[in-house]
Design a protein around this ligand. Sequence first.
Ligand SMILES: Cc1cc2nc3c(=O)[nH]c(=O)nc-3n(C[C@H](O)[C@H](O)[C@H](O)COP(=O)(O)O)c2cc1C
Length: 232
Amino acid sequence: MTIQEAIVARHSVRQYQDKPIEANVVERLNEEIALCNQEGKLHIQLVVNEPKAFSGSNAFTYGKFSGVSNYLAMVGPKGADEAIGYYGERLVLLAQTLGLNSCWVGLTFKKQPDQYRIADGEKLHCVIALGYGATQGVQHPMRPMETFIKVAFGQVGDTMVADQPDWFKQGVEAAMLAPTAVNQQKFEFELIDDHTVAARARFTLIGYGKMDLGIAKYHFEVAAGKENFVWV
Ligand SMILES: Cc1cc2nc3c(=O)[nH]c(=O)nc-3n(C[C@H](O)[C@H](O)[C@H](O)COP(=O)(O)O)c2cc1C
């Protein structure tokens, strides 16, 4: 499975099989985590065989997640939300190609501070559950493509979408498949000129706007091709 295929195949999975992640898969994930941490100046850590974060029956976890024993502790500097989203999704999609399933989790887990390290100035932004899913999840509902595209004054609707270059439309389509907190999808893309794209988080009361934006930007880059554009 390619990363492009993983974008289509990935859905949030909250029920997992009682099966440890294979050693070679753990090794591959740790290699990629090291690269992401280096490039993104983050402190992401893989926690395996640790069921406590998703056990018990508090108001959040009850009935929702089961069988979660592995997760990415998404640790990084305070304010690094967009990078956490971008590099976390790079790991999520790699995990999908390695036969794993995943779910970003901002709230519905219990912190286990003895399982990961948080340096001065850093925080645990969220976790990402990983493992062999009991299901493959389902496709989230999506708004029409034109609602994700910001256009210059005077352009409207379908005409405007049809006028965009293919690589840009492919990027937006891939971003629409991205996970976002409560599926809020509060992001937009704008083609500024032939090879420049702006991506913005829209206002959200729920939060996670910047993290969602980082996730969506990673999807966009994979599908649009980094050689076709630069971010503004
Ligand atoms: C930043 C972020 C935080 C999330 N937090 C939670 C959470 O606390 N609990 C949960 O069950 N799902 C959580 N999700 C998963 C979303 O509900 C899910 O991605 C969204 O509904 C879209 O579905 P999909 O991932 O299957 O495409 C989170 C997703 C993101 C991106």
